[in-house]
Design a protein around this ligand. Structure first.
Ligand code: NAI
Ligand code: MG
Length: 356
């Protein structure tokens, strides 16, 4: 593999965001170096603290600077719900959602897998290993709605789900390609018996793409049924492709059945590469444990691995995943008690040095 230089923008964010990103960077440095790659980080102090200090969420100037990077590593943002100084959801909408929409992150990639020794709430302990390809720029999340007669008994509120052929087709293509690289099984999840217009568009997008991927078998499942199967037969899934809202809900469930929020990684992918993709743990800023140095950095570290894979350093990405794998089983075998964020990060680094 040719030597590669990576320009990474880092948005540590709030709460445990900076704590887990510190550990992710340690691991990333070792993995990149072993692959002969160099990494330069530029930190952007965005989030609640930045907004409180400056009144700014994400300026055009910062957005332009972010565009100049190969990828963005994101911690978490968001205020303590008790903090009345911050309007609910302001930072999430004006920073996180704005980034995803402005940088055209059409694929929200969320792998779900079990790790040896990591407890899951499921009784049947078959290993789980699937990935959800969630549409990231359309659906009910585009802000297409409004209300009139607000606060009266005649109030009307709409929230229209927007689905374009272009937007659906590109996500479906991405999902087929990912299925080809995995167990070659794709499941479209929607609710096309009730949401007939959008559902039909999604169904046809899959039907029309399928002949180009003859090695991939695909099926369809209603979203409500999918929540059952994810608990009773999660092993049946390989790649799930679904819309923005269903994907949001399903991936929380996927995180829960695979052993928790401390392990769930994600990527917000720009499919054409004309803007940087962004990689972040699924969890938020966890104000309840922030500042105590006890957050689990695994999700952030696995997000960094997704980032390396996306940037073409797939060996480095696999090495991180292997190190996490080995270390998690080791901790389970040792029944090691509570470890600090830094102790976990250091253990992953040590394990990675053995793997590379
Ligand atoms: P959260 O994910 O921050 O926390 C939920 C629960 O999981 C808490 O009990 C927390 O302690 C625990 N937890 C989360 N990550 C953990 C980790 N790495 N290790 C150990 N325990 C962990 O969700 P919550 O409490 O609903 O939201 C807190 C703030 O984060 C809110 O302002 C919310 O809007 C924001 N948020 C931001 C996200 C992002 O930046 N992508 C995503 C989700 C929430
Ligand atoms: Mg969510």
């Amino acid at each position: 593999q040719a030597a590669q230089h990576l320009e990474i923008a880092v948005i540590p964010g709030d709460g445990i965001g900076p704590e887990v990103i510190t550990e992710a960077r340690k691991v990333l440095d070792v993995a990149a170096e072993a692959s002969g790659a160099t990494v330069a980080y530029t930190e952007y102090p965005l989030g609640v603290q930045h907004w409180l200090a400056t009144g700014e969420t994400l300026s055009e100037e910062t957005l332009q600077q972010l565009r100049g990077h190969d990828a963005i590593l994101f911690g978490a943002v968001g205020a303590d719900p008790q903090d009345t100084r911050v309007p609910s959801g302001l930072i999430e909408r004006e920073l996180l959602l704005k980034l995803r929409f402005s940088l055209d992150h059409c694929v929200n990639l969320r792998p779900a897998r079990t790790y040896p020794g990591v407890q899951t709430p499921l009784v049947a302990d078959a290993p789980i290993d699937f990935v959800v390809v969630r549409e990231g720029t359309e659906g009910p999340y585009v802000g297409n709605g409004g209300s009139i007669r607000k606060g009266t008994s005649q109030e009307i509120a709409t929230e229209v789900s927007l689905n374009t052929a272009y937007g659906v087709q590109r996500v479906v293509e991405d999902a087929f390609v990912r299925a080809q690289g995995r167990s070659k099984k794709l499941t479209l999840v929607h609710k096309h018996n009730v949401l007939v217009h959008a559902g039909d568009l999604w169904r046809r997008a899959v039907e029309e793409a399928a002949p180009s991927y003859p090695d991939v078998t695909w099926d369809y499942m209603h979203v409500d049924a999918a929540t059952i199967h994810m608990v009773t037969h999660p092993g049946r899934f390989d790649v799930i492709v679904t819309d923005n809202l269903f994907g949001d809900i399903l991936t929380d469930l996927a995180g829960a059945v695979t052993g928790g929020i401390g392990l769930a990684a994600s990527g917000s992918i720009n499919a054409t590469g004309d803007a940087p993709s962004m990689f972040e743990p699924v969890h938020g800023s966890a104000p309840d444990i922030a500042g105590q140095g006890i957050a689990d950095p695994t999700a952030a570290i696995l997000s960094a691995a997704l980032m390396l894979d996306h940037l073409g350093l797939s060996t480095a990405a696999e090495q991180i995943e292997r190190a996490v794998h080995i270390q998690l089983s080791q901790w389970a075998a040792e029944a090691s008690g509570s470890l600090s964020t830094a102790q976990r990060g250091d253990a992953y680094v040590q394990q990675l040095r053995r793997v590379v």
